[in-house]
Design a protein around this ligand. Structure first.
Ligand code: FES
Ligand code: FE2
Length: 412
């Protein structure tokens, strides 16, 4: 499929230039983006198969916030803010299983798996305490293809609504059957603003030159399909011409026959999906990873890439997973180096960016969403320190309704 579906008439609505350089360097803007763009978006926490039993939990640390996903005794998965209702202590770290209750490490308030406050030591010293009002703050949770997502600032379209018909593209890969791959690194810090990594993920234009290995292996589709919610994806098919690199060549040879239980085209197709505002879906016949970009400061971010595989003990399946992981690790090194080079260039004196290609259409779409959510980013020059939030609010209040929508909302 080499089509580009754009219901928004890019020639009329999209800006041809990317966001100005100052927006990739500014700590005040990051605060605004966090509140207006990141908190209202769905964030990946774990696979449902990682939290199968009552008391099983996983956490996600997201800059100022932290999220717990926990399986209740009633079998229901719930998400909570990872902050004790007494004085705010973080309750859980990493992932694991709670035996009886969630017990705060500070003064030992304890919570049931459904978030209700169960016990308070020296309860008599809290006159009039109403435990029913002090349960953990519950957050929105949605399971999509077996993947557990949470939204901290609730409201807006569900994931299923956002993907719409495009969800069918993921179905043949049977992601819901997958389990975490063991022994792979799943997070890394990059020296760049989170939007540099975001732009890079959305940009297929860099693939032929920036990723020579990927380009030898796959016939990369540089145009993207994108819907009104900003869900985009492109597909790459394995090239018939064999690579001269051993791991790539072995992958090319194994792929058509290793997963005979998948539809024929799926066996040799890689799919790169994206869900605003920071979640990539890299889906392969043998495995899939989530590419999640978490801000860590104006010029730093954490790239979280948990990898999942279908349980399969066959030698060729494990060989495919090993080879894909090796090939992808190289792509990750290349992207990190490219993003850090971009970050370095953006701070050049009076730097001004050039136009974007049609192959960077998802970047244009994402930038349009960011401009709508934080209109301050339309300013060519950096606003004076301390004025950014107030100016942004004035711009929102003075804007036409069409440009005051959240970045997560569909664009009509
Ligand atoms: S902060 Fe958790 S019990 Fe005090
Ligand atoms: Fe890349």
């Amino acid at each position: 499929m080499n089509s580009f579906i754009d219901i928004r008439h890019p020639e009329r609505i999209y800006e041809t230039e990317p966001l100005p350089a100052w927006t990739y360097l500014n700590a005040e803007l990051l605060e605004l983006e966090y509140e207006r763009v990141i908190l209202p978006s769905w964030q990946f926490v774990c696979h449902q198969n990682q939290v199968r039993e009552a008391g099983d939990f996983a956490t996600l640390d997201l800059w100022r916030d932290s999220i717990i996903v926990m399986r209740g005794k009633d079998g229901v998965l719930r998400a909570f803010q990872n902050a004790c209702r007494h004085r705010g202590a973080r309750l859980l770290d990493g992932d694991g299983t709670c035996k009886h209750r969630i017990t705060c490490p500070y003064h030992a308030w304890s919570y049931q798996f459904d978030g209700k406050l169960a016990a308070v030591p020296s309860e008599k010293t809290f006159p009039g305490l109403d435990k029913s009002q002090l349960g953990l703050k519950e957050l929105e949770l949605e399971i999509f293809c077996g993947l557990v997502f949470v939204r901290i600032a609730g409201g807006g379209p569900s994931i299923r609504e956002q993907w719409g018909e495009l969800a069918q593209e993921l179905a043949p890969y049977r992601i819901e059957e997958m389990v975490p791959a063991v022994g792979v690194q799943i997070s890394e810090e990059w020296a760049c603003n989170w939007k540099v990594a975001l732009d890079n993920y959305l940009d297929n234009y860099h693939v032929p030159f920036g990723h020579p290995g990927l380009n030898r292996l796959m016939d990369n589709e540089l145009a993207c399909t994108i819907n009104r919610h900003g869900i985009s994806f492109s597909k790459s098919a394995i090239r018939a011409r064999e690579s001269h690199v051993w791991s790539e060549r072995m992958y090319q040879r194994l792929a058509p026959r290793a997963f005979a239980n998948l539809p024929e085209d799926v066996r040799t197709t890689w799919l790169f999906g994206f869900m605003p505002v920071n979640i990539g879906f890299d889906v392969f016949p043998d495995s899939m990873d989530i590419f999640q970009i978490l801000p860590k400061g104006a010029t730093r971010c954490v790239i979280r890439t948990p990898l999942f595989v279908r349980p399969d003990v066959r030698r060729e399946a494990r060989a495919m997973q090993f080879l894909a992981n090796r090939i992808n690790a190289q792509i990750g090194h290349e992207d990190k180096a490219l993003c850090e080079r971009v970050q370095a260039g953006l701070s050049s004196y009076q730097y001004q960016a050039g136009p974007l290609s049609e192959y960077e259409m998802p970047v244009k779409d994402m930038h349009a969403r960011l401009r709508a959510a934080c209109p301050i980013v339309t300013l060519k020059e950096r606003p004076m320190d301390g004025t950014l939030c107030r100016l942004n609010q004035q711009m929102i209040e003075g804007a036409q309704p069409a440009s005051s929508v959240s970045a997560m909302m569909p664009v009509a």
